[in-house]
Every structure is written in structure tokens, then in C-alpha cells.
Design a protein around this ligand. Structure first.
Ligand code: ZN
Length: 289
């Protein structure tokens, strides 16, 4: 994989890094640059800055945007001392707890090795990183004015997490969708995902996209609107099977073990999807005090 930033749309660049196979975006404007996601540690964030300087020594990063709270997208924030960090309000609320959670996981099981794509040194860097929370957060949308172009951040509902946003550059017909979309792996349903909301969230974001739009996923190669539509439909099938089984009175254990050929992903990868869906469908609104 060639290193450094590559232009994927007018003055919109992407660099793909091997550790956690994560994408970092760079949007250039008259009044400075926006970096989209910052990798998994403070040192990895500094390496992004080095790659930006190689692209142009006069590029000034004035803004950082986090597409969601996860460590591989936020821990490098610390390196961007001269920038304002933007994220959804749910990221601001969760960033400290999520950092503690992921650090505890790595302490318990570093999980490094040749197959993992990261080393024990990377894990040490993750553990040593002091997380920098967003300076500015928003609930629905916010815009960064770069003088000659705008970068719009919008939240359209819960999905991969409760704080995923789309980062849209209208004049370049480009959009970053973080881990709402994955190209190099199947979508990641974690313990903080919202599988039943995810399809509608993607449908909302699709409203911004046309036949020539460039969409940058959190992991993997840039894709188009058709890819987003297909992955939305796959996630909608997961949503449908969860609802059918829960509605038909299945136990969670049965739902987790019985294959269904309509499911687009291996059942083992859907463990958290079913658990989260079950929780959502069986939770009752709290009684008034
Ligand atoms: Zn993620």
C-alpha cells in the first residue's frame, strides 16, 4: 500500500495507514486545512502531521474532525495542538469512558501479532496516549468555513455508535462516513452499536450523495453511493432478521446460533448486533417517578 496522502476529489485527500487499516482525510481550503480522524495514538497523530508536511510545507491544519469516538479515529487528536477539534456531542460525552474501556481491553489482551496488523509497540503507544476531547461539539450539524469552501458535519442518527457523523465537502462532491461504512471489512457491530437504527441513518446520508460522489469509509478504499446503498441494504437485512426473531419469541441464545441464508455476514460477527438489537427491543420505557 503506497504511503501518504492521495487526492480522491478536488483538494480532498486520503491516507490509509496499516495499523488498524484506518483512513485519515485532509481537506484543503484558502483559510487552512481540516483533518478527518487522527489514528490511534499521539505518535501516530504526529506521523499524520509529517505526511501532511510532505504534501505541502505551508499547509496549516486549523481543524480536526472526529467521525466517531473510537480510539483508532481519535487518539491522535493530541498531536494537533494548533487545531480546533470538532465532534458530535455524544463523542464529547463518551470520549473519556471509551478511552478507559479500550485501554483496559488492550491491557487485558494486547492481541498484537502478524495477523492483527499492529505491534506491541503500537499498543504501548495507545496506552500512553492522553486523549484530547473535542473543543467544539454539536447535536445535528455544524459547518467549518475554509474561506473558499465549506465542510459540513452532520449527524443523521445512531449506527456504528451513537455519535457517527458524515463529513461533507459539497463543492468536491465528497463525503467521509467514518465506520458507518467499511470497505476492507464487514461493518463493525460492537457493544456500542445501534443495528436497528443504522439503516435509516445511512439512508439519510445517502440524500447527500449522487452518482459521481466519492465516499471515504473509515477503513478501506473510497467507494461510491451505490456501495453505500448496498451496504445499507445488508445492514437492513441484519436489522430485519433481528426484529423477526425477537418478534417471534426466539430466545437470544437461539437467535445467536441459528443460521439464516439471508444474513449477509457470518453469524459470529453478528453477536453484538443481536445482543444490542435484543436490548433495544425488550427495554421498556422507565416508569414515571
Ligand atoms: Zn469505529
Amino acid at each position: 500500500m503506497a504511503s501518504g496522502f492521495h487526492e480522491v476529489a478536488d483538494r480532498v485527500f486520503v491516507a490509509r495507514y496499516p495499523q488498524w487499516d484506518v483512513n485519515v482525510g485532509l481537506v484543503l481550503g484558502r483559510d487552512g486545512a481540516v483533518v478527518v480522524d487522527t489514528r490511534a495514538s499521539c505518535l501516530q497523530g504526529f506521523a499524520v502531521l509529517d505526511d501532511i508536511r510532505r504534501l505541502g510545507s505551508d499547509i496549516e491544519v486549523r481543524h480536526v474532525v472526529n467521525t466517531h469516538v473510537h480510539f483508532d479515529h481519535t487518539f491522535g487528536n493530541t498531536a494537533f495542538t494548533a487545531a480546533t477539534v470538532h465532534a458530535h456531542a455524544n463523542v464529547a460525552r463518551a470520549v473519556d469512558a471509551d478511552a478507559d474501556r479500550i485501554k483496559a481491553l488492550f491491557r487485558a489482551d494486547p492481541g498484537d501479532g502478524p495477523e492483527a496488523g499492529y505491534t506491541s509497540r503500537d499498543v504501548v503507544e495507545v496506552l500512553a496516549t492522553e486523549v484530547r476531547p473535542p473543543d467544539r461539539s454539536f447535536e445535528l450539524s455544524a459547518t467549518i468555513d475554509l474561506g473558499d469552501r465549506a465542510v459540513t458535519m452532520s449527524w443523521a442518527g445512531r449506527g456504528h455508535t451513537d455519535g457517527d457523523i458524515g463529513v461533507h465537502i459539497p463543492d468536491a462532491d465528497a463525503m467521509f462516513l467514518g465506520d458507518l461504512i467499511e470497505e476492507s471489512a464487514t461493518p463493525s457491530f460492537g457493544g456500542d452499536s445501534w443495528p436497528l437504527d443504522w439503516p435509516d441513518t445511512l439512508t439519510e446520508h445517502l440524500g447527500w450523495l449522487g452518482p459521481t460522489s466519492v465516499v471515504v469509509p473509515g477503513h478501506g478504499k473510497p467507494v461510491d453511493a451505490e456501495f453505500v446503498r448496498r451496504q445499507r441494504d445488508e445492514i437492513a437485512m441484519v436489522d430485519r432478521v433481528i426484529r423477526e426473531r425477537q418478534g417471534a419469541g426466539w430466545s437470544l441464545e437461539a437467535a445467536l446460533s441459528e443460521p439464516d441464508e439471508r444474513l449477509p455476514y457470518d453469524l459470529e460477527r453478528l453477536d453484538s448486533a443481536f445482543r444490542r438489537g435484543w436490548e433495544q427491543l425488550t427495554s421498556r420505557p422507565a416508569e414515571p417517578a
